[in-house]
Design a protein around this ligand. Structure first.
Ligand SMILES: NC(=O)c1ccc[n+]([C@@H]2O[C@H](COP(=O)([O-])OP(=O)(O)OC[C@H]3O[C@@H](n4cnc5c(N)ncnc54)[C@H](O)[C@@H]3O)[C@@H](O)[C@H]2O)c1
Length: 317
């Protein structure tokens, strides 16, 4: 059934792809973004421009004042809110911790308060694989302990899950938290390794490779993540936390080899030690997502990077 859907962080990487997919399925979509300068705003504006051509309303608005959109929510009778707006990035949190408190804690609190006041929409929000920290047991399962976040970013995402539970328990808010595992693809985030490595390889610049490229990530293609997000529309639960990952970790050194293959150019590597706040491996147990959302990742890292590099070359060459 067609729904009225609101997306926070709609001009962001995941928000943009989600909005496109929802419109395609016949839903009415609007959303907000504050177009902050964490990475070039031109990319966010170009995503918003494309969304507008598809009939999506994009409002320049900060989630810390989400209650200011009360009339919009009432007029459009919003059924579902996807809350994706946040300050992402693990390394940036070493330099700018306040950005995480403001956007991920204060912002999330305002979203929950708004949900409590409205009592009208289901909340689906972005958590992160980073909550698993340096857990040794793999793959990471939702039932594993996540009490040792090794970055401030991870601590804010875990806090979101706890706050959502309290609001669910106290005020009956429906809240589904999705732990995304390293999402990549066209229109992606320039701060992420696959994107910045592509830029550096093409420009003939050096790439800093941490921990000798021995770190592994469960790289998950954006379309697979979007499938999981969309499937949540039909999931009728009060509170749930679900991993969305590829269930196939790959070494950073392999990511670089694949980029070299698709770009037809060798990378110049500078080996660096492990960075504070980073984790050695991420690996999602997706059995819960399979069961609840029929989630089945389809795109391999090779195929996904082919699509990404094709997009990159078309847009930046
Ligand atoms: N991309 C990944 O690999 C990944 C992995 C795990 C979790 N996540 C989470 O998924 C969500 C979306 O990530 P993304 O990769 O699309 O990031 P993104 O930075 O591209 O998108 C987030 C958007 O939110 C907006 N925003 C930030 N603070 C805001 C505020 N206070 N008010 C309004 N808008 C604000 C930003 O301008 C940005 O456009 C985030 O919550 C992120 O933490 C992403």
């Amino acid at each position: 059934m067609s729904q009225n859907i609101f997306i926070t962080g709609i001009a962001g990487f995941i928000g943009f792809h989600l909005a496109k997919a929802l419109v395609k399925q016949g839903h009415r979509v609007l959303g907000c973004d504050n177009f902050n300068e964490y990475y070039p705003t031109e990319l966010k504006s170009s995503r918003a421009k494309i969304l507008k051509t598809l009939g999506v309303t994009v409002i320049n608005h900060d989630i810390r004042n989400i209650s200011g959109l009360k009339k919009t929510f009432q007029k459009r009778s919003i059924d579902t809110m996807y809350h994706l707006a946040a300050q992402p990035g693990v390394r940036y949190s070493l330099k700018y911790p306040k950005a995480y408190m403001i956007n991920n804690i204060d912002g999330f609190f305002e979203v929950l308060e708004f949900a409590r006041q409205m009592q009208s929409f289901k909340l689906i929000y972005a958590s992160s694989s980073s909550v698993y920290g340096q857990n040794k047991k793999i793959p990471f399962s939702e039932s594993d302990p996540v009490d040792h976040p090794v970055s401030l970013y991870a601590a804010t995402k875990k806090t979101n899950e706890l706050l959502a539970y309290s609001y669910h328990h106290l005020y009956n808010i429906s809240a589904i938290g999705l732990r995304f595992f390293t999402v990549y693809g066209p229109f992606g985030r320039p701060d992420m390794a696959y994107y910045s490595f592509t830029k550096a390889i093409l420009e003939g610049k050096e790439i800093e490779v941490f921990n000798n490229g021995k770190m592994s990530r469960d790289f998950t293609y954006i379309d697979d993540i979007v499938d999981g997000l969309v499937a949540c529309l039909d999931l009728d639960v009060g509170y749930e936390i679900i991993n969305l990952g590829n269930n196939k970790p790959e070494k950073l050194s392999h990511l670089i080899e694949l980029l070299e293959k698709h770009l037809g150019k060798k990378a110049s590597l500078v080996m660096k030690p492990m960075q504070k706040g980073d984790v050695y491996e991420t690996y999602a147990d997706i059995s819960k997502a399979k069961k609840l959302l029929n989630f089945e990742p389809k795109i391999s890292l090779d195929q996904g990077l082919k699509r990404f590099t094709t997009w990159y070359l078309e847009n930046y060459s």
